[in-house]
Design a protein around this ligand. Structure first.
Ligand SMILES: [Zn+2]
Length: 331
């Protein structure tokens, strides 16, 4: 039994097949570092960056690289702030888990399936468009063709940066994916404004956020989003679609799972207790998970949103007349 379901962990399984299919048709910047470097800008002064050097041509700031090789494109102030956040318990747990996702663990096969049914009406995981695609808050998961941006320099992260100060030029990105991230930032309005800024006219953003979901610190947890809040957040976009990604039964089973782990902790304590608890929680998990298919029916009810577990948003940036010719993507 996984002690702390990842905020975006449930986003992955249903998309994995899709991942593999998409890998074959990729033609985007995620695989070509040289291309995305062209669109970087200095987060201190918005000046352009010297290629291959991560140095600002305007203010002269030189950016370090993490041990993974990923450039740390944060302001000095942000770097200090996130270092503090990540060194706390939740932060180190998050980094360990992100790194752990990339390893194989045989014991994991005994874990019950996550009690999560993804609404087939929700869009599948975003597919990279030709051009520059950003995955904000991707952590240890890789989305083919996307430049993976996160605050922690774990494996798979291409750029260490703050989502509310993206190191990319305005109107430079064709697509942005931001899955289970906005609840982890202090100011989601500012992050959405940044996404809007870096998107090219008619560029698409896909977002997933929790509504009825337990607290989970990655490395902190600030908000939940109702449909009205989302409509307000994306008011500056067009073709905005908001819907249920995971519904009422997923909500109930997720809360029940967290509740069981509160009573029967699967972490800490002595190993006998811990393993006993894991057995019970795991067995109950196996017994409960088929109930998730009730959402096949419940997600269709007009009132299902009152207990929605996660909402999705798909939206496009307006084509602003005059500022950008509607050229070929990738030019
Ligand atoms: Zn600069």
């Amino acid at each position: 039994m996984h002690p702390h379901p990842a905020p975006s962990g449930h986003l992955l399984p249903e998309g994995e097949g899709q991942f593999q299919r998409d890998c074959a048709i990729l033609d985007s910047y995620g695989l070509d570092a040289m291309k995305w470097q062209e669109h970087l800008q200095c987060v201190e002064c918005t000046g352009s960056m010297v290629r291959d050097d991560y140095r600002c041509s305007q203010c002269g700031v030189r950016y370090d690289r993490a041990s993974t090789g990923a450039p740390i494109l944060m302001t000095a102030e942000d770097r200090q702030r996130f270092q503090v956040l990540l060194s706390q318990d939740a932060g180190s747990h998050m980094q360990a888990e992100y790194s752990g996702r990339l390893k194989r663990n045989w014991a994991r096969r005994l874990y019950p399936p996550e009690p999560v049914y993804v609404n087939p009406a929700a869009p599948p995981l975003p597919v990279a468009k030709r051009g520059l695609n950003l995955w904000i808050g991707g952590g240890g998961l890789e989305l083919p063709g996307f430049v993976n941006i996160d605050v922690a320099p774990v494996r798979g992260v291409d750029i260490v940066a703050n989502a509310s100060k993206l190191p990319f030029q305005s109107d430079s990105c064709h697509g942005v994916a931001c899955l289970a991230l906005l609840e982890h930032v202090e100011d989601p309005e500012r992050v959405v404004a940044e996404i809007h800024r870096v998107l090219r006219p008619d560029g698409e953003v896909q977002v997933v956020v929790p509504f009825c979901h337990p607290y989970h610190a990655y490395p902190a947890d600030y908000s939940r989003f109702s449909r009205e809040r989302l409509a307000g957040l994306f008011a500056g976009f067009h073709d905005v679609e908001i819907g249920i990604r995971t519904g009422p039964t997923t909500t109930m089973l997720t809360f029940l799972t967290y509740y069981l782990k509160l009573i029967l902790p699967v972490h800490g304590g002595n190993s006998l207790h811990r393993n006993f608890n894991r057995l019970i929680v795991g067995a109950l998990g196996w017994a409960m998970f088929p109930l998730k298919y009730l959402d096949v029916w419940l997600n269709r009810l007009p009132t299902a949103h009152v207990l929605a577990n996660h909402f999705y948003v798909v939206a496009r940036k307006w084509k602003s007349a005059g500022t950008h010719a509607e050229g070929e993507p990738g030019d």
